[in-house]
Design a protein around this ligand. Structure first.
Ligand SMILES: [Zn+2]
Length: 259
């Protein structure tokens, strides 16, 4: 089995794409920004509609989806984070986004292969709740990532950290220990630039999927490289061209003729 050389893409060539169970927040819609982002970065996302009124029902739905799909990683957002904590998920890693565990459910501890993303500026679920969860679980401070500026965590920077957390945990790697402080900060940059300018996308010629890629401005104004499509694993030659205004154009052509 060979891993695609694309950046942060969760697929194994010639194998199955990795599955992710996404448990949405209270009154959130299925197919929101976060599950869509994960889907666009190669995961097969199972995003079941959870009952907003009855928490036990939501847990039953989450459990049924887990049992049926056997995901490689479970992501729970806010109330969905509490659902994620309250389902039986064995050794499957958990990524929790500002989990509302004090409001819903009975579970007050986390397994060891888990990461929490939470902003200290969250005005819906207090950041301190995640600090408390960490201490209940006797997990190292690196388990809690200081991310974003609000409860939604739908900004580019938070989405990228969420993807990084999923990739890290399902690969079984250890959480990097940070020397300089108790928490890792992923607060978005304050330079007024749009974070989205660091990404581009191209359409895979072989399967027609839109592939989002990180753009590295340090590699010159004209770039070409070969990358396996994260969806169909066929090789594309990816071209990146910058214009004078800081914008970029990305396109791809097949490395070889498949017809
Ligand atoms: Zn493709």
């Amino acid at each position: 089995m060979r891993r695609c050389e694309a950046n942060s893409i969760a697929v194994f060539c010639k194998g199955e794409r990795l599955k992710l169970l996404f448990l949405h927040g209270w009154n959130s819609v299925v197919g929101g920004v976060k599950p869509t982002y994960l889907k666009n970065h190669g995961y097969v996302v199972i995003d079941p509609p959870l009952d907003n009124d009855n928490f036990d029902d939501a847990v039953r739905t989450g459990q049924a989806a887990y049992d049926l799909h056997k995901p490689d990683v479970v992501v729970g957002s806010s109330r969905g984070g509490a659902v994620a904590m309250n389902i039986e998920s064995g050794d499957t890693p958990l990524v929790l986004l500002c989990p509302a565990w004090k409001k819903w459910g009975k579970v007050t501890k986390l397994k060891s292969n888990a990461l929490i993303l939470h902003s200290p500026l969250d005005d819906v679920i207090p950041f301190e709740d995640s600090v408390e969860l960490l201490s209940n679980s006797e997990l190292p401070s690196e388990t809690l990532l200081d991310v974003g500026r609000d409860h939604r965590l739908a900004d580019e920077s938070s989405l990228a950290v969420m993807l990084w957390a999923c990739d890290l945990l399902r690969s079984g790697e250890k959480i990097p220990i940070i020397d300089e402080g108790p928490k890792r900060s992923f607060l978005p940059r304050d330079d007024g630039q749009s974070a989205t300018s660091d990404e581009g996308s191209y359409i895979c010629d072989a399967c027609g999927e839109e592939i989002v890629i990180p753009i590295d401005f340090t590699q010159g104004s004209t770039q070409s490289y070969v990358e396996d499509c994260p969806v169909c694993c066929r090789a594309n030659i990816v071209h990146v061209q910058f214009d004078d205004n800081g914008g970029s154009e990305v396109w791809a052509e097949p490395e070889q003729d498949y017809s």
